[in-house]
Design a protein around this ligand. Structure first.
Ligand code: KG4
Ligand code: ZN
Length: 349
């Protein structure tokens, strides 16, 4: 299956087999195009996808070592995401499928992330899933392909956004998450950093499984203001300590809400699973692993390259649906919004 991903700022294509082999996984990042603007600009993204898509798809096919005719089908992200970019990938996928006379599958980008641990680890349903990316922070119970029960989501910013905005305040490049992690790794005494900055614990003791990250971002801004010298600079060791404290606060917030969801889950899941860009953060992974252990569950997260946006997870979601006999009509639309599950479990805890 060929998978195409263009929903944000990565033009990606991959070829994956039905038995979980990734034959190729090509990712072309538009980082340089967006860098001068300090964030992703939708118009620039759409144009960059358009100019890169053919090259990226051809490269994915070349690296896979299989011919176009050997493909079982073509899958492409149909949303949610920046609509201009989604349209580029979706139209390309449809055109290739039509030309080859092969089945086409329009994939929900979030489902791509949600099913990625089945590609990397073959995890069985039902599993508790923490989906944490630049645009989403959700706890879902994944019960079957296409069946995801949303337990909690963010009431303000996404976890990745918190990292990105804090990184911007610290003068780090975008997307900020990996830079915060790198900076935090240079902090010599993490326990001391956590006590020193005393960042808030969002929604501590509050009912439900929702997240909140905007308070953390505000607290980071206040701590930076306090650390700022008269020349408007901040010492490298102070910045490293603050990055470390932020990472710790995010990891604790994520794992404490997941813990509540696991406590309330009537059905014992097979595993605790994390996916999405933020799931590649080592401190976040460690906190989730410790939480899973308390419940006697294995913790799984795809390797970094499958956590951030990629074509392999889209190909895999296409494969999962195709195995169940599903394909998409050629007029499947591009959707800027497409929740995995609109209904909420009653938050009685
Ligand atoms: O899943 P993804 O690649 O794109 C979206 O669908 O949003 O996630 C990107 C987000 C960005 O906010 C980025 O800063 C964050 O994931 N991220 C990280 C790390 N790597 C990526 N956050 C913290 N630590 C990381 N190592
Ligand atoms: Zn994503």
């Amino acid at each position: 299956m060929l998978g195409i991903e263009t929903s944000c700022d990565e033009t990606a294509a991959a070829v994956v087999t039905g038995d979980r082999k990734i034959l190729s996984n090509v990712i072309f990042s538009q980082l340089a195009d967006h860098a001068p603007h300090g964030g992703v600009v939708p118009e620039i993204a759409a144009r960059a996808h358009l100019s890169a898509i053919n090259r990226v798809v051809e490269e994915a096919m070349k690296q896979s070592g299989i011919s176009w005719n050997e493909l079982t089908g073509v899958a492409a992200t149909a949303g949610p995401g920046l609509i201009g970019g989604v349209m580029v990938g979706l139209m390309t996928g449809k055109a290739i499928a039509a030309q080859l006379g092969k089945p086409f599958l329009g994939v929900n980008h979030l489902e791509g992330h949600a099913l990625s641990p089945r590609l990397s680890h073959g995890v069985e349903f039902p599993y508790m899933l923490l989906l944490v990316s630049g645009g989403h922070s959700q706890i879902l119970l994944a019960e079957a392909v296409g069946k995801y029960t949303l337990l909690g989501s963010t009431i303000d910013d996404a976890a990745g956004e918190c990292f990105d905005k804090s990184a911007k305040l610290l003068g780090l490049p975008q997307p900020g998450g990996p830079h915060i992690e790198k900076l935090a790794n240079t902090c010599i005494n993490s326990a001391d950093a956590v006590t020193r900055f005393d960042l808030p614990s969002p929604l501590a003791g509050r009912k439900g499984y929702d997240f909140s990250f905007s308070g953390l971002k505000t607290a980071v801004r206040e701590r930076i203001d306090a650390l700022m010298s008269a020349e408007g600079t901040i010492r490298q060791d102070d910045a490293a300590a603050l990055a470390c404290a932020l990472q710790d606060a995010v990891a604790k917030h994520l794992s404490s809400r997941v813990k509540r969801a696991l406590e309330a889950c009537a059905q014992k899941p097979t595993a605790l699973v994390a996916a999405g860009g933020v799931a590649s953060n080592t401190a976040v992974r460690a906190a989730l692993e410790a939480t899973a252990k308390k419940f006697g569950l294995p913790f799984m997260a795809p390797p970094s390259a499958l956590c951030t946006d990629n074509g392999a997870m889209i190909a895999w979601a296409g494969i999962e649906h195709f195995k169940l006999g599903k394909t998409s009509p050629m007029d499947i639309p591009a959707r800027p919004r497409w929740p995995l599950d609109e209904k909420r479990l009653q938050q009685s805890v």
